[in-house]
Design a protein around this ligand. Structure first.
Ligand code: AKG
Ligand code: FE2
Length: 256
């Protein structure tokens, strides 16, 4: 795996400025061919358990002993995301905040339904590690994005209201329709397995394009830095991924 300790302050600034200017930054070959092989092995095993239909794995504990889990637990990777968080919010993240990792695997008819879901992430910084990407056909599951169309909101309430307007099923459909018709012009990022893509997930309206249901598209997502972590309201209304997966605000299984 890429040695994140080699990312010095200058590189962090370059990444942040790419994210500001272009909407995203790339760390090329962050996963070695061996890493990719190990990640794909894991995906193959999981996919066969799930009849080759869509699945997602939420939280570090559910993906222990996999390459995805090792990356999510890497202190040097967290350090990079924390530095980026500080650049975009002007504040250091909570000391005990962890990376929230998610694996998504699109395949079959159920995979089609999980595409074009325009959203803002709850966390400021998002890293995307594609491991399986279709290379044929019109739709290869590109990352689609309207980069940096809002700032980090100072109040959780403002964020909740904004998300209520932009995240309902009607507005998602209108957005997807506008893009298909060519009225709206998001950027499209062709994902290359092995590269790591970084973007301001909180600030950028984004989703993935569909891919042919006979093909597989598997990605590791790494969410870090919830600007409204302390807000009880935000915990109640947002973070639906964690809530649905029955995880606490740290993305861990609650101790019973
Ligand atoms: O899989 C992807 O390309 C994006 C998914 C995403 O944005 C998310 O899970 O928050
Ligand atoms: Fe996202």
């Amino acid at each position: 795996m890429f040695d994140f300790k080699t990312v010095d302050a200058q590189v962090v600034c370059r990444l942040a400025s790419d994210m500001d200017k272009n909407g995203y930054a790339v760390l090329p070959n962050a996963l070695s061919p061996e890493d990719l092989q190990s990640a794909r092995h894991y995906i193959n095993d999981q996919a066969s358990l799930r009849d080759n239909e869509y699945f997602a794995v939420h939280g570090i504990e559910a993906m222990e002993d996999s390459l995805f889990g090792s990356l999510g637990a890497s202190p040097a990777f967290r350090q990079l995301l924390a530095e980026l968080y500080e650049i975009v919010t002007g504040e250091a993240p909570a000391i005990d905040e962890r990376i929230f990792p998610v694996i998504r695997c699109l395949e079959g008819q159920t995979g089609l339904k999980e595409s074009h879901f325009y959203h803002f992430d709850a966390t400021a910084v998002t890293a995307l590690a594609p491991v399986v990407i279709p290379v044929e056909g019109e739709h290869c599951g590109d990352l689609i994005m309207f980069p940096n169309i809002r700032n980090i909101r100072s109040s959780a309430i403002y964020n909740i209201v904004e998300k209520a307007i932009l995240h309902n099923s009607m507005s998602k459909k209108i957005c997807a329709f506008g893009v298909r018709r060519g009225w709206l012009h998001p950027i499209r990022i062709k994902l290359v397995p092995g590269n790591l893509y970084l973007f301001w997930g909180y600030r950028s309206l984004h989703c993935n394009d569909q891919c042919d249901p006979t093909m597989r598209r598997a990605t590791g997502l790494y969410h870090f830095g919830n600007p409204h972590r302390e807000s009880i309201l935000a915990r109640k209304f947002l973070g639906s991924n964690k809530r649905k997966a029955k995880l606490d605000e740290n993305g861990l299984r609650p101790v019973v």
